[in-house]
Design a protein around this ligand. Structure first.
Ligand SMILES: Cc1ncc(COP(=O)(O)O)c(C=O)c1O
Length: 410
C-alpha cells in the first residue's frame, strides 16, 4: 500500500520537510496507541511490583465499560468529549462499548480520532472558537459535517471554509444560567437567547441545517439544570421559527466524588426526556449528549509517593501542574488510601495540606487530604476517581511529567 506521503505526489524539499513534520505527531500517536498497556491485577499489585518512585497513572477498563453501558440509557446519541481523557486505551475501550462518536475541539483531537478509528468514528467539531485553517482541515481532510458556533462571525467562517452540502449542520450554543455546576462554562461560551435565535435564522437562510446546543457546566449536581436549559431552548426555537435538526444537551453529568453525592445518571436522563417532551421539535430532530467526566472519572487512579513530610504538610511527586490539576479547586475531593511497603499506617486520620513537586507556590491542593497521622516519606498514596481532566491536563513544568500509564484489570 502506498504511504500517505508517497501518495500525495512530488514536493519541493521545503514542502517535504513540512509534510514529514506533519506526519510525525500521527506516527507518535500510532506508536502509543495504548492497546498494549502493561497490565496489573490491582493498584496494590502496581505498588508492590513496581515500587514506583515516579507517579503511575492506572486506567481501569472495566470501569470504562460499566460507564459506557450506563450511558446506553441516554435518550439520544452519545458523543464522548475527547478533551476529558484522550488516552488511546480509553478511546479504544469506549469505542468497543459502542461509543463511536466524539466531540472534538482541535485539529489534534480530530487527527487522534482519525488515526485510531478512521471513518468508523463520527466527529463533531463543537469548540465554538475555531481557526479558519482548523475548519478547513476538519471539513476537507476529515469530512466533518457538524460544527458549533456562538456568534455570527463564527457562522461566517464555517460558511466560507467548510464544504457546503446537504449534510452540513451548524448548532448554536446557548449560554445557560445553571448555578448547579462546579465549573461554569457559560461565562466563556454561549449566546444569549435573542442572539441565538437570530443566528439560527442566519444559518437557515444560508440553506444549512440548524441546531441548538448548550452545556450546563461540568460536574452539574442538579438534574433539573438540564430541563431548565431545554426550556430555554424552547423559547429560542419559538422565537427563531426555523426547523431544528439537532438538540445537543452537552456534558456536565457528574462523577460520584466523595461529598458530592450526585443523583444517579437515570435522574439526569429522565429530566432530559421530560424537557424534550415539552418542546415541539420536528420528528427528525436528533438528540445528542457529549459527556466527558461521567464516562471516565471512575476509570483512573493516580499512584503517587510522599517525597517529604513537613509537619502537617506532605509533598507528593505529582500536583496541580500534573494529573492533580482539578484538585486545586477547594471543593474537589477524591478517595485516598496510603500503601506502605512494610507495616501498616496508623488508623487515626488527620488533615494534611498537600503540595506538588514543583517550585511554584500555586502547586498546592485546594482541600486537605485526610491521611494516617503517621504518613511519611516513601508511603504511596492512591488517589481514586482521577480519570477525568487528569492525563489531558498534565504539563512538563519544572521537569515533572507523569507518563507511566498502566492498565489495572480488577
Ligand atoms: C463542548 C463540550 N462538550 C462536552 C464537554 C464535557 O463536559 P463534562 O466533562 O462536564 O461532561 C465539555 C467540557 O468542557 C465541552 O466543552
Amino acid at each position: 500500500m502506498k504511504s500517505a506521503l508517497a501518495a500525495a505526489g512530488p514536493f519541493t524539499p521545503a514542502q517535504l520537510v513540512d509534510r514529514v513534520k506533519d506526519a510525525l505527531p500521527s506516527l507518535e500517536r500510532a506508536r502509543q496507541k495504548g492497546r498494549d498497556l502493561e497490565k496489573f491485577q490491582s493498584v496494590d499489585a502496581v505498588v508492590h511490583e513496581l515500587e514506583p518512585t515516579e507517579p503511575v497513572f492506572c486506567i481501569h477498563p472495566a470501569e470504562l465499560r460499566a460507564a459506557a453501558r450506563r450511558f446506553r440509557g441516554f435518550p439520544g446519541r452519545v458523543l464522548y468529549a475527547v478533551k476529558c481523557n484522550p488516552h488511546p486505551a480509553v478511546l479504544d475501550t469506549l469505542f468497543e462499548e459502542g461509543v463511536t462518536d466524539f466531540d472534538v475541539a482541535s485539529v489534534d483531537e480530530i487527527k487522534l480520532i482519525h488515526d485510531l478509528f478512521g471513518g468508523r468514528a463520527g466527529q463533531y467539531f463543537n469548540n465554538p472558537a475555531k481557526s479558519r485553517p482548523a475548519i478547513r482541515t476538519a471539513s476537507k481532510d476529515h469530512q466533518i459535517r457538524f460544527y458549533t458556533v456562538d456568534c455570527e462571525g463564527e457562522i461566517d467562517k464555517i460558511l466560507d471554509e467548510a464544504e457546503r452540502d446537504s449534510d452540513l449542520i451548524i448548532a448554536v450554543r446557548l449560554a445557560t444560567q445553571s448555578g448547579d455546576a462546579r465549573y461554569t462554562l457559560s461565562t466563556k461560551f454561549g449566546a444569549a437567547p435573542a442572539d441565538a435565535a437570530r443566528m439560527l435564522q442566519t444559518i437557515s437562510k444560508a440553506g444549512v441545517k440548524a441546531g441548538i446546543s448548550f452545556h450546563v457546566g461540568s460536574q452539574c449536581l442538579s438534574p433539573s439544570a438540564f430541563e431548565k436549559a431545554i426550556d430555554l431552548v424552547g423559547g429560542v426555537a419559538r422565537r427563531a421559527r426555523v426547523p431544528l435538526h439537532v438538540l445537543n444537551v452537552g456534558g456536565g453529568f457528574p462523577a460520584p466524588y466523595p461529598g458530592d453525592n450526585p443523583k444517579t445518571i437515570e435522574h439526569y436522563f429522565s429530566r432530559i426526556v421530560l424537557g424534550r417532551r415539552k418542546l415541539d421539535l420536528p420528528t427528525g430532530c436528533i438528540l445528542l449528549g457529549e459527556p466527558g467526566r461521567s464516562l471516565v472519572a471512575t476509570a483512573g487512579t493516580a499512584v503517587l509517593q510522599v517525597v517529604v513530610r513537613r509537619g502537617d504538610a506532605v509533598f507528593l511527586n505529582d500536583g496541580v501542574f500534573g494529573t492533580l490539576q482539578e484538585l486545586g479547586h477547594p471543593k474537589e475531593r477524591r478517595p485516598t488510601r496510603v500503601i506502605r511497603k512494610a507495616g501498616s499506617p496508623s488508623s487515626r486520620l488527620a488533615p494534611f495540606r498537600v503540595y506538588g513537586p514543583t517550585c511554584d507556590s500555586n502547586d498546592v491542593l485546594g482541600a486537605p487530604f485526610l491521611l494516617p497521622e503517621d504518613v511519611r516519606e516513601g508511603d504511596w498514596i492512591e488517589v481514586g476517581m482521577m480519570g477525568a481532566y487528569s492525563l489531558s491536563m498534565r504539563t512538563r513544568f519544572n521537569g515533572f511529567h507523569t507518563d507511566r500509564i498502566v492498565a489495572v484489570t480488577d
